[in-house]
Write a protein that binds this ligand. Structure first.
Ligand SMILES: Cc1cc2nc3c(=O)[nH]c(=O)nc-3n(C[C@H](O)[C@H](O)[C@H](O)COP(=O)(O)OP(=O)(O)OC[C@H]3O[C@@H](n4cnc5c(N)ncnc54)[C@H](O)[C@@H]3O)c2cc1C
Length: 406
């Protein structure tokens, strides 16, 4: 039989970074909030864990200094190195100095506990219904079904968001999905500088290829359209790194992967929910360049929380408030993919153009050619024209049109 677990002002689905930031805003405002997390905490999270400087500032300002146990070894990352097929490599330091290398299992747990929210772990959201007065949420705890009553639901439940699915049933079929997987290998010899996160603009390696050091092992990561084979992509990258960069590794000890909704932030196609159901973090489509999703998860989560607080105080529809407030984070995120912003501004937290200028004119042209060749593997998604159209709108209106948001 169904059990009603309780009545809350707000129910958040997820207990990760977007959820923590969101919870913090609402708990601080005195709302009665519960966060449901499907896993038992602290839970594992597939992630490289390189927090951007902006994300780092957010954590410090909202939750205080980071405890040592929320960090991997090396504890920080100095910047990013781009590698090109022409064998030119460009190291770039993060603005403001090195950033933390988060151990997501513990950083996320620390953040959600610091938010002060009531947490129901091992509780998986399964659906919701609006009875006209309140939202009735159904969840599973083991094989038991439980119910909650609440005024607002926040979907902070990541790329495969079940909350998003409950209000936009066909959405998952409407976007391309990418698989990202990483293997952990003991190092025999690795000339790659372990102070940096390494990324390859190489069309033959895959859509997203990276490597960095963690706890005396090297991570080799690959991203490719869903349906591809992780082992095949990984073997190709391992051979390439051995042949071209002299990276010698033991066979993989561990591997992990998950699917990703990479794409919506490039073309300003976010999902923010309807009625009193808000979607935030990666569930909404926030994803910065180089798969950096933590800072925009934190900021968008905080904005969702603030929107609920303001909607209650001003007695305004929460979607109206949220959509007005979230426009700033949309700008931050989509600007990262906007060619005009990249050429004429500096939307990233490491200065690629300054590093490029240090190369000879000939090398600069080779790098630009390599980037163009790499971008061609994304041609089947037809994002190019949409990115350009949205970028023009950004020039004309000063912001990205909200008409493209769900
Ligand atoms: C391989 C890889 C490497 C990455 N590297 C980086 C990096 O270096 N830097 C960076 O900034 N970002 C990185 N990212 C992206 C980053 O991990 C995400 O963008 C970020 O975690 C999104 O945060 P979120 O809070 O929106 O969602 P998530 O962190 O995905 O959290 C969602 C939470 O909701 C819970 N949940 C899901 N469904 C339910 C349900 N039905 N009921 C209850 N709970 C549910 C999940 O268990 C999870 O705890 C990487 C991602 C991958 C896959």
């Amino acid at each position: 039989m169904n059990r009603v677990k309780g009545k809350y002002d707000v129910l958040i689905v997820g207990a990760s970074l977007a959820a923590s930031a969101c919870a913090k805003r609402m708990v601080d405002a005195g709302l009665d909030v519960v966060a449901l997390e499907r896993n038992i905490l602290p839970r594992h999270k597939v992630c490289s864990g390189i927090l951007s400087p902006r994300g780092h500032r957010f954590l410090i300002e909202n939750f205080g200094p980071l405890p040592r146990e929320v960090l991997h070894e090396p504890t920080s990352c100095r910047g990013v190195t781009f590698h090109f097929p022409s064998m030119i490599s460009i190291p770039m330091d993060f603005e403001g100095g090195p950033t933390p290398h988060l151990h997501r299992k513990f950083s996320d747990y620390w953040a959600i506990k610091s938010s002060g929210v009531e947490i129901h772990e091992g509780t998986s959201f399964t659906g919701l219904e609006d009875d006209g007065k309140m939202l009735n949420v159904t969840a599973k705890q083991g094989d038991k079904e439980v119910q909650y009553k609440t005024h607002f639901v926040i979907g902070a439940d990541g790329p495969r968001s079940r909350v998003r699915h409950s209000i936009y049933g066909d959405y998952n079929k409407s976007i391309p999905w990418f698989m990202v997987g990483q293997k952990f290998q003991r190092i025999i010899e690795c000339p790659l500088d372990d102070d940096y996160f390494h990324f390859w603009f190489h069309p033959e390696l895959g859509h997203y290829t990276w490597s960095h050091a963690r706890n005396r092992r090297q991570i080799l990561g690959v991203g490719f359209p869903v349906g591809g084979n992780l082992h095949t992509y990984h073997a190709r990258v391992e051979k390439y790194l051995r042949d071209k960069h002299g990276v010698k590794l033991e066979p993989a000890e561990e591997m992990e992967g998950c699917s990703h909704n990479f794409g919506p932030s490039l073309i300003n196609s976010y999902v923010f929910g309807k009625g009193n159901v808000l979607i935030t973090g990666q569930a909404a489509g926030f994803f910065n360049m180089l798969a950096e999703g933590m800072s925009c998860a934190l900021h968008s989560g905080a904005i969702a929380g603030e929107a609920v607080v303001e909607a209650i105080h001003s007695n305004r529809p929460v979607q109206e408030v949220y959509r007005r407030q979230i426009a700033s984070e949309v700008k931050r995120c989509t600007d990262q993919w906007n060619p005009f912003r990249i050429i004429f501004g500096n939307p990233h937290e490491a200065d690629f153009k300054a590093s490029l200028r240090k190369l000879s004119k000939k090398e600069q042209l080779i790098v630009i050619r390599d980037i163009v060749r790499f971008l061609k593997i994304y041609a089947p998604y037809k994002w190019g024209r949409q990115i350009l159209a949205q970028s023009f709108m950004r020039i004309i209106r000063g912001e990205y049109p909200s008409s493209r948001w769900l």
